[in-house]
Structures are given as structure tokens and as C-alpha cells.
Design a protein around this ligand. Structure first.
Ligand code: BGC
Length: 379
């Protein structure tokens, strides 16, 4: 009997390790030269293919997701993220933060100013090209425009790319040397998992996200107004005319921000047609505030049948519907208003100036850790 048990255990462990080896063999990570930055730094593109053939391409400039191919309801792969074909365009002034890592502080800080331990820090007010008195997405040269060190990895979950960047004390006006690691994994169940880890040597503020613009019918295929969206949020943070939170946490019930049951994105978007919005550009207070992964949003494209579920450890998500898009993207395709939507998982805008919001302070004793998963399936 004992021998039989040992035999079964042996056979099982051989089978498990074969399956593990097979899945490691099935996954692909390729590195290719992508281009030179304006100042001559060579940038690479990493292609990650999981065991199902889903594929993501990421460059180590800005940690930008340049392509993301997932199967539609007929099993055909579609590229579901907006972007450009060249580094010069990602580096240029018309890039609306396509697919990049946003930091040190995603979203806005009013007057570009915050105070820690009685010391006030002044950042650049770069929002709307300087027209609004806020810092936006980390300042003039945020994480979307820096070169990251890239480490490709084959993991049991799927192919992964680890990106590292050391943001020096005083960079863009923020205090502390901030050591940042972002790991993208294309899991074998067709999810793009993004893990953010950071440490600092001085108290600072931090809010990291990814700014991918999704179109689940395929990039460049028109607008996303027919996509059906659910957001697991009973509340949102109302803003003033400069898109800065008033500090209030208000219920979505009875407003065009009520996505607790799936609704077409375009159904009530006209309520925000006027500037400063021109569409959805709102931070939702996610119901899950545990710091553990939970479902934040679910989006379905009726044509392709592609569904994207967003899971996050973060307390908020900014829905931005590409309100100002008007440019040519991949393959010269036109991306107009609402050609893509972003679900930027994050802490709330201007948190450093709102003590009632979940804190974005990071002290040298702590480790910043956040995870967001964009999972793809079909219906
Ligand atoms: C912001 C928008 C901004 C856009 C820039 C979004 O995260 O919420 O207000 O226009 O980024 O691409």
C-alpha cells in the first residue's frame, strides 16, 4: 500500500513538473530593438506570448504597452490598445499618455503643491499644457518619458517583464530617492497583471497607474460608446472646474456616473459634453477598500464579444473616455474623440491635500505595493 502511494505521488509530481515545463516552453519572450530616443538612448521592445497565444508588446521607454492582442469570440486575436508605431511619436508632444506607467503621482495635485512634515513642495503646473493650475501625471517629465531597466522573466504564471527605475530625490520636485519596480505578467489565463512596488529614503507621496486606452473591438475601429461598462463604485469624488476634487465623497445614485449595473458608455455621456470634461473624466470611489484584490470594473464590447475585467488593490479608478483624442495612431488609423477608454486604477486625485482621502504618503519604513489585473475573456 505504502509503495502504491509513493508510486502515485511520483507519477503525479512528474506530470505536474512536465506540465509546468511545457507551459514554460510554450511561452515566448523576445527582445528587439525599437528605436533611439531624441538623446540617442537605444530602446527595446519586448514581446510576451502566453501559452494561449495572447500577446503583449512593451517598450522600456515609459513602460509603454504598445500592443495587446487577445482573442475575440471567434478566437481571432485583436489588438485592444491604442498607440503609435514609432518611439518618436510616443516621445512627442501629441502623446496622450498611451499605455504608459504614470508616476510619481498619477492624476492631479492642485496648484502643484503639497506639504509633508511642515515642508511645502512645489511641482510644475503642467496640466492642459499649463492652462490649468495643477500638476498632472507626475509633471513635465513623468515616468511615461523615462527609460526603464528591463528584466524579462519566464514565470509559472506566464511570461513577465520587470521594469526598474530610480527616481532621484528632487526629480520633478518630489522628495526622496524613489526606487520603483513595475512587473507586467501576461498570465496564461489571458490577463495582463501589473504589480507596482516602491520604496523611498524620505517621506514622499506616490500614486502609480497605467494609462492604457482600450478599445475592445480593436484599436482604430471607431468609438467605444457601445461598450457596456460596470464599475463597482457607490460613490465618486466630485470636482471643480479645474478637475480638482472638492473633498466630498458623493453617491453615484441618480447620476450619469451610476455604473453599478452595466450601461453603455455612450448612453449618458452627453451630460458631460461640455469642458472641462467633454466626456467621462471622473474618479470613482471603489466599494472595495480592503487593499486586497477585488473586481473594480467589467467592460464588454458587443461586436467582438471581448470582455475585460479589472481587479485592483487600489481604492479608486479614473474613467477617462479619450475626450480630447484627435490624432493618427498605429498604421495611420485615425483616433477621434472616444476612440478608447482608460480605467486608471489609483488613489484619488489631489489626495495629498485631502486628509479625508486614503493616504498617498510613503515613509522610508514602508513598502508601496499595488496590483492591478486586466483580465480578458469572451461572451
Ligand atoms: C486625465 C485627463 C487627461 C488625460 C490625458 C487622464 O488621466 O484624467 O483629464 O486629459 O489623462 O491624457
Amino acid at each position: 500500500m505504502k509503495r502504491l502511494v509513493v508510486g502515485v505521488v511520483l507519477v503525479l509530481s512528474v506530470l505536474v513538473s512536465c506540465a509546468f515545463a511545457a507551459s514554460l516552453k510554450d511561452m515566448v519572450i523576445e527582445k528587439s530593438f525599437y528605436g533611439f530616443t531624441k538623446d540617442g538612448t537605444p530602446i527595446d521592445q519586448y514581446t510576451l506570448v502566453n501559452a494561449n497565444g495572447a500577446m503583449v508588446k512593451i517598450i522600456n521607454y515609459g513602460g509603454i504597452v504598445t500592443e495587446l492582442w487577445v482573442p475575440d469570440k471567434n478566437g481571432l486575436l485583436r489588438d485592444v490598445v491604442l498607440g503609435f508605431d514609432t518611439l518618436a511619436e510616443f516621445e512627442g508632444p501629441n502623446d496622450p499618455y498611451f499605455g504608459c506607467i504614470v508616476g510619481r503621482y498619477a492624476n492631479r495635485i492642485a496648484q502643484g503643491r503639497f506639504t509633508i512634515d511642515g515642508v511645502t513642495y512645489q511641482l510644475a503646473c503642467n496640466d492642459a499644457g499649463g492652462a490649468r493650475p495643477n500638476m498632472l501625471h507626475g509633471g513635465v517629465k513623468g515616468f511615461q518619458d523615462v527609460v526603464w531597466k528591463a528584466i524579462p522573466m519566464k514565470t509559472p504564471e506566464g511570461p513577465a517583464l520587470r521594469l526598474k527605475y530610480l527616481s532621484h530625490d528632487g526629480e520633478e520636485g518630489f522628495p526622496g530617492n524613489l526606487d520603483v519596480t513595475v512587473t507586467y505578467t501576461l498570465t496564461n489565463d489571458n490577463a495582463l497583471k501589473i504589480e507596482y512596488v516602491a520604496t523611498t529614503d524620505k517621506p514622499t507621496v506616490i500614486n502609480l497607474t497605467n494609462h492604457a486606452y482600450f478599445n475592445l473591438e480593436g484599436e482604430g475601429s471607431g468609438d467605444i460608446l457601445n461598450h457596456e461598462l460596470m464599475i463597482a463604485a457607490d460613490n465618486y469624488t466630485p470636482v471643480d472646474n479645474n478637475l480638482i476634487p472638492t473633498g466630498e465623497i458623493a453617491p453615484v445614485a441618480g447620476t450619469p456616473l451610476d455604473f453599478r449595473e452595466p450601461r453603455k458608455i455612450g448612453e449618458r455621456i452627453q451630460a458631460f459634453a461640455e469642458p472641462p470634461f467633454k466626456g467621462y473624466d471622473h474618479n470613482f470611489v471603489l466599494n472595495n477598500q480592503t487593499g486586497e484584490l477585488a473586481l473594480a470594473a467589467r467592460v464588454k464590447a458587443p461586436g467582438s464579444g471581448i470582455v475585460m475585467e479589472v481587479y485592483t488593490t487600489q481604492p479608486g479608478v479614473q474613467l477617462y473616455t479619450g475626450n480630447w483624442l484627435d490624432l493618427k495612431g498605429k498604421g495611420g488609423k485615425y483616433y477621434g474623440q472616444y476612440a478608447g477608454f482608460c480605467l486608471e486604477t489609483q488613489h484619488y486625485p489631489d489626495s495629498p491635500n485631502h486628509p479625508n482621502f486614503p493616504s498617498t504618503l510613503l515613509s522610508p519604513k514602508e513598502v508601496y505595493k499595488q496590483v492591478t489585473i486586466y483580465k480578458f475573456l469572451t461572451e
